[in-house]
Design a protein around this ligand. Sequence first.
Ligand code: ADP
Length: 396
Amino acid sequence: MKKVMAVNAGSSSLKFKLYEMPEESVICSGIVERIGFDDAIFQIKYNGEKHVTVQPVKNHSKAVELLLNALINFNIIKSYDEIKATGHRIVQGGSYFSKSAIINEDTLTKVRDLIPLSPLHNQAELVGIEAFMNVLPNTPGICAFDTAFHQTMAEEDYTYAIPYEYSEQFKIRRYGAHGTSHKYLSEKGEAYCENGKDRMIICHLGSGASITATNHGKCVATSMGLTPLGGIMMGTRTGDLDPSVFNYCVSQTGKTSEQIYQEFNKKSGLLGVSGISSDARDIMEACNKGDKRAILASKLWARRVADFIGQYYVRLGGCDLIIFSAGIGENSAEFRKLALDNIKEAFNVKIDEVKNNETHGIENVISTPDSAIKVVVIPTDEEVMIARDAYNMLLK
Ligand code: ADP
């Protein structure tokens, strides 16, 4: 039995989950939020109890010290040496990585190289890795890349129709994201496919959201693009647009391209269209009160999900399983129904309303036995995939 830490660092937060491997049992989990502030929030869940403290946390190194000290104070570990490996989530692995990689100078150089492609994420994730290296210098680690699972796409699936020199010179292409989740779900989905028929359309619908088509466990297409801004409409992101919308917004508003880019990332999607919230629960509440823009936002969201399901049905030459996952996909019967209502006629998909309504955060088939495509809700687990890779690559 060996303890492995899965880490997901953001610009001002650090989430962690400590596993006992290879059993894959979660010992504890938590998050440090508002890193850099005097009122940072540290939360740790252990033994069914949640402990929250508010205190200054200057930087990611201090956040790592804080969480490791908490592991000792709560008697979860006796010394830091008990943590045998760490696994770090990295959003952008570019074309360098088609699987997780052991952390060494070469890996870190490549992750650093990719910062321009993912400035919002890779930088913060590197800070997270360095913070762990400072506090646990002798503990080996791996990087698990959100893009790795999507590296099996064909050239015509990942190339943009821009001048080819740009694609080559600046490495512009569809990379996708949420790959660790899509891989986990495609593996879990196998149990629902019969006779080797496993063409899946996997809908990871959280605040960030993406849809992936897989065949025999390999990604053939995915909705996110060069960055997580592309694809379906999300909580605060636009998803795919006519590129001229961008220029036109810049020229009409007089804002800079950077400001509009930030608005497309942080002020668009469900939030932008509804003017209410990025959270699907708030949108549904407003819909139920008859709010017109919330209703439009929810319908638009469902159309975009259906568009991609339709596209991927064609790409796969059919579909044997549709998977719903992540915050909205796992919990919202209403949003699932909205999306499925848009495809039911074309694909003869039939939903068992009772099962759909009773499925919140659990694995469950929500289609009827005579549905042409089976539809299942599967809670995702990116952290266990990271811990698994860390264990298999470093400790087995
Ligand atoms: P991310 O990891 O991208 O932040 P999550 O997968 O955690 O996203 O999903 C978060 C989103 O899930 C929330 O913004 C909310 O819209 C949605 N969500 C969570 N619980 C529910 C629920 N019970 N009903 C509807 N939506 C929910």
